[in-house]
Design a protein around this ligand. Structure first.
Ligand SMILES: NC(=O)c1ccc[n+]([C@@H]2O[C@H](COP(=O)([O-])OP(=O)(O)OC[C@H]3O[C@@H](n4cnc5c(N)ncnc54)[C@H](OP(=O)(O)O)[C@@H]3O)[C@@H](O)[C@H]2O)c1
Length: 290
């Protein structure tokens, strides 16, 4: 049963033509260890996804490469037929190999296959948003994204994708993509301690484009900082709550997609992101990644 959830911290943002909650959910942690295979606790994973929707979250980030297919199939099992308000963002650009690696797959035929794979696994006829993921595990790499992003723009014209975004990209690649087709978001690594995109975030905000930081809590290596721990202790909060509240305050175009495999952590994070930070707290936190 869906109760009427209280408004989420951060309110909403309009992605393309859809209002989504700025507090979203990243589904990657639902797959097995190192994002391979099924979760140890299948029902626990479904419970997390129900808690996402019951908590009022309307933005889920996923990829058919997670598992592979595992997170998309869990999302479908838990939530299909999807509530009209739910916006599911996915990404393409890599496959998985038997060792759990993420080999690049960005030729037009690879991308078409990945888009078709996402449509099938999620059980939809049109994908709400597809991010063209560039770069590699080390981060964004220079080079043209024209062929890859142009293929997604064609698939959008074919009616298979509503909105486009880019991920793991340099500022030059963002500009190149925008010269090919409109984008509604950029998804790059960013958090309290990794502030390399500060200027990009501000420029995107001015143009009404969302910035979706991945690894908002540090990803596979939790954020650790004395200053963060000190502010959290002073406020009687967890460092994770402080990190999420800081991101919401950083810029109105930031959308959160923290990942978790635990419904309890999800609820903790929703509540924690609403933490009020003073000017003094914010100034101290701003010093961490600068
Ligand atoms: N575009 C890209 O290249 C890219 C790359 C990576 C990720 N992503 C997206 O970004 C999303 C977020 O990234 P992420 O999940 O890797 O990293 P994250 O959100 O920074 O951190 C997730 C980690 O934090 C832990 N955690 C979360 N809440 C917690 C709490 N309240 N207490 C203790 N531990 C907590 C989780 O463990 P538990 O499961 O135990 O809670 C998990 O290990 C992913 O789900 C994915 O959708 C995109």
């Amino acid at each position: 049963m869906h109760t009427s959830p209280t408004p989420l911290p951060g309110g909403t943002w309009t992605l393309g033509d859809s209002a989504v909650t700025r507090f979203g959910y990243g589904a990657m942690q639902l797959a097995g260890p190192w994002v391979m295979g099924p979760p140890a606790d299948h029902n626990g994973a479904l419970e997390v996804l129900h808690a996402v929707v019951d908590g009022g979250i309307t933005h889920i980030d996923t990829s058919d490469a997670y598992g592979p297919r595992v997170t998309n199939e869990l999302i479908r099992e838990a939530l299909h037929p999807y509530p009209e308000s739910l916006f599911i963002a996915t990404k393409v650009g890599a496959n998985r190999d038997a060792q759990g690696g993420w080999p690049t797959a960005r030729r037009p035929e690879d991308l078409r296959r990945q888009v078709e794979g996402n449509l099938k696994a999620l059980g939809v006829e049109v994908l709400d948003l597809v991010n063209m993921r560039m770069g590699d595990a080390e981060g964004p790499q220079p080079g043209s994204l024209a062929e890859a992003f142009g293929t997604l723009a064609e698939l959008q014209r074919d009616g298979l994708i509503r909105h486009l975004g880019v991920s793991n990209v340099t500022e030059e690649q963002v500009a190149e993509a925008r010269g090919i087709a409109p984008i509604v978001c950029v998804q790059n690594m960013y958090n309290l301690a990794h502030r390399q995109d500060d200027d990009l975030i501000d420029r995107l905000a001015a143009d009404g484009i969302a910035y979706v930081p991945f690894f908002p809590l540090g990803g596979f290596t939790p954020l650790q900082s004395e200053a963060l721990s000190a502010v959290a202790a002073r406020l009687g909060a967890t460092p994770m709550s402080v990190a999420l509240a800081w991101l919401l305050r950083r810029s109105p175009n930031i959308l959160l997609i923290p990942g978790t495999s635990s419904a309890a952590h999800l609820r903790e994070n929703i509540a924690g992101a609403g933490l009020a930070l003073s000017e003094e707290d914010t100034a101290e936190l701003d010093g961490i990644g600068r």
